[in-house]
Design a protein around this ligand. Sequence first.
Ligand SMILES: Cc1ncc(COP(=O)(O)O)c(C=O)c1O
Ligand SMILES: N[C@@H](CCOP(=O)(O)O)C(=O)O
Length: 474
Amino acid sequence: MQYVSTRGGVPAATYTEIILQGLAKDGGLFVPVQYPQVSKETLKSWRGLNYAQLATAVTALFAKDMNRSTIAHLCESTYTSETYDHGREGTDFSKIVPLVWLDKEVGILELSNGPTLAFKDMAMQYLGALFECVLSKRQEKLNILGATSGDTGSAAEYAMRGREGIKVFMLSPKGRMSDFQRAQMYSLLDGNIFNIAVEGSFDDAQDIVKAVSADLEFKTKYSIGTVNSINWARIAAQVVYYFSGWLQAAENEDEEVAFSVPSGNFGDVLAGWIAKQMGLPIRQLIVATNENDVLYEFFKTGRYKVRDSAHTYVTSSPSMDISKASNFERYVYDICGKDPERVCELWNELKTKGEFLLDGPEWERVKASGVCSARSTHEERIERIRKSWYEHQFLVDPHTADGLNAAYKMKIDGVKTICLETALPAKFGKTIVEAVGFEPPVPNGYEGISEKPQKVVDMPANVQLVKEFIEQNT
Ligand SMILES: Cc1ncc(COP(=O)(O)O)c(C=O)c1O
Ligand SMILES: N[C@@H](CCOP(=O)(O)O)C(=O)O
């Protein structure tokens, strides 16, 4: 299988080539020329598989230049109930991503059972093993430059710490993450991990990652790669849990289900979009936003208008405080009939005017795509956490609460709706206390995390300074 850029400016490449590059050299995102197809018979045959076997089957469809036994080995060693077990009472960790029903038609897919208590671990743990394997074969090294709004950072660092040939430079928005998220990331003292707190929002941090990647000489000289969801390997690994969620929910191969996805950088919901394109019976994909509702606005009106840092609010679901969603480009590419020229035109408009509008047949395609959106506010989030606890005895984090709110707002009668659990409540103690009046339980291994020493460098949001920091530390 070959991959091309959404902007059409680079030669086609294979899976193992694109995963080390991250962003394409023309500034676009890599996408497969065609999505692999999964027939109903194949879906049926996947019913008995455990998560590692399912991950092998799905990944093998995307990683055509990798040996299947290598993929199987990586998946078997990644998706174990030892790694995905934080000790929550009553959870069936053997399923890795168990589906729990809150009521007859609304369920929660537990994606936050991994080492850093967020859904990012689902792909990131696999990426750690994958990168090490590919790099050692090629005898290469990789300097990962990433941006985080709170969860990608620790997931990447926990997955990459101590790995041969890999260094991680992670940019986080200063003062915009929860205390627990900060402590979780900054308390890693490994020699190959570098935390940089930048002034500004996640979008400013992500712009720096893209600007550094756009300097091709620097990118090549310092072997810069990415672990954000601009890297296709992240998306491919996230597609797997949509299959698992559907397999746990659907009673037969014709049953369509819906997914509600707490969204920020649009990577998670994009993985659902890809699963749907592959043939997974998905009726509806609900893009859940918080007060940073650029995506909600788009799915209501067709207008995509990004916001600057000053208008990207600090909310009680901080990991979703994003106004420039990278992966939205991959969805628009599909909506525009996989036409790179049209994508370039739209993204040039975005650059010059700060917005674009999809209308006519393109807007009709958006409306027919099965993707819709709902937003929730702080008050609704608090109320949902409370309700979920007192009515269903299930404590959700603020992001999952946004997902549940969107699920209940957009639900179609008779269609099972699965909300993705994107983080555990322990990461957002202050908001949980506001909602239910008690501190969330501390998962295994996180006792006393806030007392540990922290390692972080403060920096203005400046591309040149970040480059110099990388130069000094490689
Ligand atoms: C807890 C949590 N929920 C939701 C999101 C949004 O996911 P995505 O950026 O893939 O849209 C993130 C960050 O990515 C997150 O960390
Ligand atoms: N919410 C994320 C932001 C980055 O998203 P990614 O999926 O593109 O890595 C975070 O928590 O860091």
